[in-house]
Design a protein around this ligand. Sequence first.
Ligand SMILES: [Zn+2]
Length: 211
Amino acid sequence: MAVHTVIIAGSSSVNTPLTAPAPSLPLVPLIEIAAPAFDVEIEIAYATAQNITEQPVYGRAACYLHPDAAEKLQRAIDLAKPLGFRLKIFDAYRPTEAQWKLWNARPDPEFLADPRRGSPHSRGVAVDLNLLDADGRELDMGTGFDAFTPLSHHGVTDGISPAAQRNRLLLIGLMTSAGWDFYRNEWWHYQLFDSRRYPLIDDGKAAPPMM
Ligand SMILES: [Zn+2]
């Protein structure tokens, strides 16, 4: 028993504190991601009832990112365009208040960041997205956005068609080439490296309120 206690106490999931470390970067105004400045399609899922809470989490559909993330988003747009693809964004900056609503509905650390540690979305440095083909259709990724299933993981071959695997690899190739880090459990989620350097942002603190 003592041996098991030592192993459990040494695991990162137990020892990681339930608080976010102090950010090293200051709070700065977020940039609104919208056409025509950014050639993207935006469909903010949490402004609709089509999410795990089964009601709108945001009072207003809006898309904001930290300037560092906005710059890398533009790079992804520029890389996708000559290949005939556009980006479709489901979520970007997510107020900490919204992260609590999602967490309270589904406290599953495999798919959601504990709001006490903070989501990179709540720092304005994460984006959930798919690609659109030349006809404006979303690529087949094998699951929908926010599908809370192991089939959403990168590298899954059982149960995901080769075409969908190819599409996921296209998205991860575009996004990582543009400077984004990926999350192995969600094909749609990308974030900046060292995201914890950026401060968590409450609703209305760095952009017009969304809640
Ligand atoms: Zn995400």
